[in-house]
Write a protein of this length. Structure first.
Length: 340
């Protein structure tokens, strides 16, 4: 894959890819509320760029009913699905210097075989790439998109807690994992953080609840200000690694802290809504919120990080109940253009 590189999330998109939630064994009685939240996320993203919503066969009319007649920039496509976390099961797109696109189809095993079945989700990348008319590049490594953040200039950040977990690629060493990331995503440097979220038992510590590149050499970091928070010390250990790290171009990293945290009760269970789990769209940033006082302050921090984009909060406690946020249910489809 000579010359291909995964672009940054803030680069121009042709659109956004999502998948419709139908898995009753995951959502139980919360499913109707979750479907409303997915629809609201899709409408929010569609204000900035077109959305393609993949739904299981037979669900297209239901999706359109939830979206409403005003969601004109959301297209529904029916493909076999098990689950609805497209950050993790959809392709990761790469571009070469001439703007040619390809989709890297990593293997997917439902976060270490936590949910069954998952064979349709393991196959959906190939079907989606065929639908989009994009070249498919297969990888035998298990990797979810929520486990990485890239700057588009050769730097990738991940967590040891997730990528080195034995339920993903037990036969691959850290060095072999790095080599595959370099080969498939055009990565030149990998920064390994020790921790994901302690409460993130679903994904085993995805980085998209921990930190995210927001610009070259600029990283937004979750840093809970409450000493009682289970990640108070863990996130400070992550930050300490970033403080002494440089990117692939040798630049030190500017770190922006998000001290706010948010919890909500859903179906009798307390869940954490991660402000870091946002989606960067063309001209906008769609952020999960919990309907608590901290929401406004967190949105203000992110508005300072993205001064040229409109920051929009979307209620997402139901999505958090399933183990994720706005970033987890979206996947950017980059525009085909030559790299600067």
């Amino acid at each position: 894959m000579t010359g291909f590189r995964m672009p940054a999330e803030w680069d121009e998109h042709e659109g956004c890819l999502m998948a419709w939630p139908t898995r009753t064994d995951l959502w139980d009685d919360v499913l109707p509320a979750v479907q409303r939240e997915y629809a609201e996320v899709a409408r929010a993203v569609a204000r900035f760029e077109p959305v393609t919503m993949v739904a299981p066969p037979g669900y297209a009319d239901d999706v359109r009913a939830h979206l409403g007649s005003d969601a004109v920039d959301v297209t529904v496509v029916e493909l076999p699905l098990d689950d609805s976390w497209f950050r993790d099961s959809a392709p990761l797109f790469v571009l070469d210097g001439d703007g040619r696109r390809a989709g890297v189809d990593f293997r997917f095993n439902a976060w270490g075989r936590k949910h069954h079945p998952y064979d349709s989700d393991d196959r959906v990348s190939a079907l989606l790439l065929e639908h989009l008319g994009v070249e498919r590049v297969a990888s035998g490594m298990i990797l979810e998109g929520g486990a990485i953040t890239v700057d588009g200039e050769g730097t990738l950040i991940t967590t040891e807690q997730c990528l080195l977990h034995p339920n993903r690629n037990p036969d691959m060493s850290r060095e072999r994992i790095e080599a595959e990331l370099r080969e498939r995503l055009g990565v030149e440097k990998v920064i390994w953080l020790p921790y994901g979220g302690l409460l993130d038992t679903e994904t085993d510590g995805h980085v998209d609840g921990v930190c995210a590149f927001a610009a070259p050499a600029r990283v937004v970091v979750s840093l809970p200000d409450d000493p009682a928070h289970p990640d108070y010390a863990r996130m400070r250990a992550n930050r300490a690694v970033l403080e002494v790290s440089t990117d692939a171009k040798g630049r030190p990293l500017e770190i922006v802290d998000v001290p706010q945290t948010a919890f909500a009760e859903v179906a009798g269970r307390e869940v954490e809504v991660s402000y870091l789990n946002y989606y960067v769209a063309n001209g906008g940033v769609v952020v999960p919120v919990a309907g608590v006082a901290q929401d406004a302050a967190a949105l203000d921090v992110l508005a300072g990080v993205f001064p040229d984009r409109e920051v929009v909060g979307v209620p997402a406690p139901g999505i958090a109940y399933g183990g994720g946020g706005v970033h987890c249910i979206t996947q950017q489809f980059p525009a085909a253009r030559p790299r600067a």
